[in-house]
Ligand binder design. Sequence first.
Ligand code: ADP
Ligand code: MG
Length: 237
Amino acid sequence: MADLLVLEGIRKSYNVGTPVETEVLHGIDMVIKLGEFVALMGPSGSGKSTLLNIIGLLDRPTSGSLLIGGEETTQLSDADLTKLRAHTIGFVFQYHHLISAFTARENVLMPMLVDRGRPDSEMEMRADELLDWVGLARWRDNRAMNMSGGQQQRVAVARALAMDPLLVLADEPTGNLDTASARSVFELMRRFNVERSTTFLFVTHNHDLADRCDRIVEVVDGRITEDRVNPEGKSRR
Ligand code: ADP
Ligand code: MG
């Protein structure tokens, strides 16, 4: 499989040039191949979200190189980063970040609307197909605020997939859910990965879910301390 992400010597400092300047990533080297489902683990404060924000082009590294699909991204303009992000990367966060007064369908349409301006029937079909796929076809006209936490997170997964991204970055997407909902959200992502070869980077503290990923990377204090493949991950139930 081709390399989707190549990180070399990624460092990140916050508050650069001030007395409280702190380096939180101390040189991350990592290659993620197309189609991998990778668990990212590690204690709170170890730099997992910082790393995801950099890979997701939401923040820039202080130094180092980040290639996405072979393209060096660290020299790109903000406008080019925005464009690359919209077409390549989907996000799922711990708190779903849905627009609560919007319906499930409107929330899933949002990334396509931002990209293309106004709704058309193709976009609506895509939104409905994704909502069906996450098991929420009957709920599509319900406002997000009237849905359960598990349902909201499934809408968030559908929204992350709306632009058919190569990569989904999921930052503790199940951290806030009960065991059954966490499992169902994980299974959706895993099934999408297996069926469509979408690459996932999934931050979790849950060892049972991590054991079902293709690979487990551990970050402690801004450094990768472990990186192991998990060949049985796909078949584990
Ligand atoms: P994790 O996601 O593993 O819990 P984070 O990436 O959120 O870790 O944080 C890593 C470290 O960077 C922590 O010490 C945190 O306090 C610090 N940090 C995160 N974001 C900022 C920021 N915007 N400004 C300053 N420090 C930050
Ligand atoms: Mg975090």
